[in-house]
Design a protein around this ligand. Structure first.
Ligand SMILES: [Zn+2]
Length: 476
């Protein structure tokens, strides 16, 4: 059986990649600053004998490595970016940030990247051993969190010759991802007015802060009249200063506009921009609009989802032990009942008892109440057939982007889930490489979906990734 052979190749390398995941956990770097983390992944690719391309798509923290000859090209996508404000000591069940940057792996991308690279390495070794024609390409993708790096990588043509892409995300419940995510644009609105003394010459001032506030009020009124699946959020980037006796001449607000698909997002963006222009008109200020990044919604692929699900069933659920369950219970004690039940509801699972960890596989096609975020995997999924696993690595109920995820990032369940995810991804890739009909079906499904709405990169052509400088103490 091909799948068992490939799983042996995963097992043979497991410790190296658990260590890699733990090292990445210990160097949390946020969007486009992942110089140390990408160097770790690059070193691993080189040590395993991949043909490596650094500075992929002109992004210094993006890298890819290829192995194999001829045949289809299967991409395995990894990530390694962390989040600000989620620094946390590992292995405990109370919030305790570590000294340092304040960053933490609160979305589990330390595991995400390591399992993806482990799957790619196992595939490379399996291709060599069996002499199967086919190529595996590992993509080390930075800045998933708000940076849309994969959308820039797709725009640069990095996936043009890829036949299919596979990835995963750490989760609390194990299942094939249902391919629901929101298209998302981040835009900055900078208002410029005229500063003046707020008491002595208020009539001479034109407040940029007023404009931001009026814009936000306008958008909040718009909420009643937009699709209920859409989401709009904002954050003040610059409130114009700290002096209340100055009319603020400059102010800046950042918006995230999300919708179920690209046309829906485009329509909402236009409405938000109109409101900004209205606020500028009301306050006699001017507004400058700048798109920072954008990602597409995820496109599903029914044949590949089935292939992945069959691999999950063959493998059987992730197996946890008593120590794992005890720690997960301690984490659950920090959560509300609502956290835990909503996790189940999301997957349409009605448990007879609540469990600390997911020792089952959520059936394919199980309909739940999805709570939808956004991911730059979306743009890859429009470019090539793509499938994603969600694999249990933390306690059921653990909220996304939380100190609890950082805390659990090096524990037993994280390690067990990581290796299991690598097996599922590698097994899925083997099926696509050895069964031409499976890959053909995946491509046909993809072509039909894209034919309905052709893909258009949501990032304007003049917008470049916000590359950050290399740390001075790190050699190029
Ligand atoms: Zn994530």
């Amino acid at each position: 059986m091909n799948s068992e052979k490939i799983w042996d190749h995963v097992e043979a390398k497991r410790q190296d990649y658990l260590d890699l995941s733990d090292r990445i956990w210990g160097m949390p770097e946020i969007a486009y600053t992942e110089y140390r983390s990408s160097a770790e992944h690059t070193a691993m690719l080189k040590a395993e004998g991949f043909k490596v391309t650094e500075n992929a798509a002109g992004i210094p923290t993006a890298v890819y490595g290829e192995a194999g000859e001829g045949g289809p090209i299967i991409a395995i996508l990894g990530e390694y970016d962390a989040l600000p404000g989620l620094s946390q000591e590992a292995g405990i069940a109370e919030p305790r940030p570590l000294p340092g940057s304040g960053n933490g792996h609160g979305c589990g991308h330390n595991m995400l990247g390591s399992a993806a690279l482990l799957a790619a390495t196992a595939l490379k070794n399996w291709l060599e051993e069996t002499g199967t024609p086919g190529r595996v390409r590992y993509y080390g993708c930075p800045a998933e969190e708000g940076g849309a790096a994969k959308a820039f990588m797709v725009r640069a043509g990095l996936f043009d010759d890829v036949d299919a892409a596979i990835t995963w995300h750490p989760a609390s419940l194990t299942r094939v991802d249902e391919a629901l995510s929101l298209a998302n644009t981040r835009l900055d609105f900078t208002f410029t007015g005229r500063a003046s003394h707020a008491a002595a010459a208020p009539h001479l001032g034109r407040s940029a802060l007023d404009a931001v506030e009026l814009m936000n009020v306008g958008v909040n009124y718009m909420r009643e009249h937009m699709p209920s699946s859409a989401r709009i959020h904002y954050a003040y980037i610059d409130a114009g200063g700290v002096a209340p006796n100055v009319v603020q001449g400059k102010a800046k607000v950042r918006y995230a506009v999300r919708a179920l698909d690209l046309p829906g997002m485009k329509a909402l963006n236009e409405r938000v921009i109109k409101i900004a222009q209205g606020a500028a008109l009301m306050t006699e200020t001017t507004v400058d609009v700048k798109v920072l990044s954008a990602v597409s919604n995820l496109l599903g692929n029914t044949p590949m989802e089935k292939t992945m699900y069959n691999n999950m069933l063959r493998l059987g659920p992730v197996e946890f032990d008593g120590v794992d369950r005890e720690y997960a219970e301690a984490i659950q004690a920090t959560l509300s009942d609502e956290d835990i039940t909503s996790d189940y509801r999301r997957c349409g699972v009605r448990p007879s008892e609540t469990k600390p960890l997911c020792d089952f596989i959520v059936p394919l096609d199980q309909v739940g109440e999805p709570m939808i975020g956004s991911t730059d995997v979306g743009d890859v999924s429009w470019s090539v057939p793509t499938v994603q696993a969600r694999v249990a690595t933390h306690a059921i109920g653990t909220p996304g982007h939380s100190w609890q995820i950082t805390a659990q990032g090096k524990a037993g369940p994280a390690h067990k889930g990581l290796v299991w995810a690598a097996k599922v991804m590698a097994g899925t890739a083997v099926d696509l490489m050895t069964e031409p009909s499976a890959l053909e079906a995946a491509k046909k499904d993809h072509a039909a979906r894209v034919a309905r709405t052709p893909y258009e990169c949501p990032i304007p052509t003049d917008v470049e990734p916000p590359i950050q400088p290399r740390p001075a103490d790190l050699a190029a």
